[in-house]
Write a protein that binds this ligand. Sequence first.
Ligand code: SD4
Length: 353
Amino acid sequence: MLVNSELCICKLIRYLFEITISVVAVFALGCSPKENVKLVIPLVISTWDSGIAVNKVAYNVLLDGKKSIDAVEEGAKSIESTINCCTGIGGNPDRDGYVTLDASIMDHKYNCGSVAFLERIEHPISVARKIMETTPHVMLVGAGAQKFAIDNGFTLTDGKLSAAAEKTYREWLVKSEYKPTINIEQTQGNNRSKIDPPKRLSNGDFNHDTMGLLAIDGDSDLAGACTTSGMGFKMRGRVGDSPIIGAGLYVDNEIGAATSSGQGEEVIRINGTHLVVELMRQGNSPAEACKLAIERLVRINPEKAKTFQVGFIAVNKKGEHGAFAMVPGFNYSVTSADFPDGKVIDAASHFAK
Ligand code: SD4
């Protein structure tokens, strides 16, 4: 049996041990001691509620002990292989009836790769990774990107529209209205002009947009991926923010990572995700950083800002995550030990409904 003084010594030793662990954690994470250090890794976050299924794929890769870059690639591939409005070869076409794909990927060492205006390749995200890993370049576009893909063993698909895209395209042709509409990718057919989109389509599938995902692996290394068929019915040759490093995706392993969805032209204008990461570097939380980036867009043109959607999601090195959007309707998915089956979080927005 321990006497009082022995108990005190035990407590003291335990106390010193806990302090040491905290100090080590604080220094390892580069944050101030007053902050709550709770690093829940591995972790995946992604744009939209459709990210739940994507996160699951990516999270399982992380649980297998693989790197965050592998996780984000596998997650992105999983959605590229499904038929949906906004990613992969089954997505909505441009106004001339061709599906053109944009994608980017970035690892924890500032390596990055991207493709834009790529046609008839099932996995643009893997082509982006191949460019990153095997060429001295960051970005290949159009016919050159397609040739690179074929030369590297990717199969050329037949280029036919998916049945869903064919139907939506025919509906669109009736009016051929060429204007970006809020949350347009997250809406279909008659719902197209609603600000608040339905979470599921009438066939029960998740209704979703561009897929941007960010992961932290067991080594606390970050990576991100972003894949899209871009704005539906865009002008032929149009490229959005998703394949542009610093616009649709940015990863800085010292600080955090961010990705975006929505009107790409607006995101490019402010180098959106690079801005979000720099705002986190200045000490803002991920949600605050996303909000400040959105507010910059509002300041540029307050009237125009009411007419488009942009949503950012971000995660920092501590595993804190957040999002912010211009108008209501944006959400994101998070999967970690805290939410092993994933959780959808609605993003706050600058404008109310
Ligand atoms: C683009 N940002 O091509 C993409 C579109 C998007 O949800 O995110 N849609 O501009």
